[in-house]
Design a protein around this ligand. Structure first.
Ligand SMILES: [Zn+2]
Length: 247
């Protein structure tokens, strides 16, 4: 009897603890990153920058959004487009529903669900992130930003799977594949994309949609050496060329 009474009171304590957890904890914890407050225009901080990395692919046609930790009109527009694309109320304010959607889209290692570190480190075999034009840490930061824009691009095209054929390249690797040794791939800002399932989306469809997904550099069909993939990169200037696609 005494034991049963003990279990009964334990169960009571446990259930009240569960209720407290359900009502007072943040919407969801995430292994990569969790936001602790609702973010709207005027906010600033590292949590804003983390948000910007994930919505930069939704900032609009030709917009390469600054990842500066300042929640301005560009961030509001990007959040609203992201919300609309994922079926949320598009108020441009990042709260629990928006964060939950992002949590569902990100892996524990912070990559978006449909892209991985393994595939962006494959320029010359998976040799890590050293030997490029910037430090390995900066290369990884840049690759993550490119992957989140690629995730936006993929969703924009109706969730058709994409595959990265080349991401980061060391200077030596870049030269060995005919590059200058100092191009965007050596910064980790560039990825080469192909459709993963058959011929769809076409290279031209990828190039065309990439203009809306935060990519300053786009090279596709008709540009020398780019008839078998579409290159996208996050440079801040604009360099788009895919003559066979009218770009
Ligand atoms: Zn490329």
């Amino acid at each position: 009897m005494r034991l049963r009474a003990l279990f009964a009171s334990l169960a009571l304590v446990l259930s009240s603890l569960l209720v407290v957890t359900a009502t007072s904890a943040p919407a969801q914890a995430d292994e990569c990153y969790s936001w602790g407050r609702t973010l709207s225009e005027g906010a600033s901080g590292s949590d804003v920058a983390e948000l910007q990395v994930r919505v930069a692919g939704w900032a609009g046609y030709g917009v390469n959004m600054a990842i500066d930790g300042q929640f301005g009109p560009q961030t509001r527009a990007a959040v609203a487009s992201f919300q609309s694309a994922y079926g949320l109320a598009a108020d441009g304010v990042a709260g629990p529903a928006t964060f939950s959607t992002i949590y569902a889209l990100q892996d524990a290692d912070c990559t978006p669900v449909h892209f991985s570190w393994a595939e962006v480190d494959g320029g010359c075999g998976q040799g890590g992130y050293s030997g490029g034009s910037v430090s390995a840490a900066t290369v990884r930061t840049n690759l993550l930003r490119a992957m989140w824009r690629a995730e936006a691009l993929r969703h924009r095209m109706g969730d058709q799977p994409l595959r990265v054929t080349s991401g980061f390249r060391s200077k030596a690797c870049d030269q060995s594949v005919g590059g200058s040794g100092s191009g965007q791939h050596t910064y980790g800002t560039a990825i080469d994309l192909v459709p993963a399932g058959g011929g769809s989306p076409s290279f031209c469809t990828i190039a065309s949609n990439a203009r809306h997904a935060g990519f300053g550099g786009i090279f596709g069909p008709g540009y020398p050496g780019h008839d078998d993939h579409t290159h996208v990169d996050t440079r801040t200037s604009r360099a788009w060329s895919a003559p066979s696609c009218g770009i």
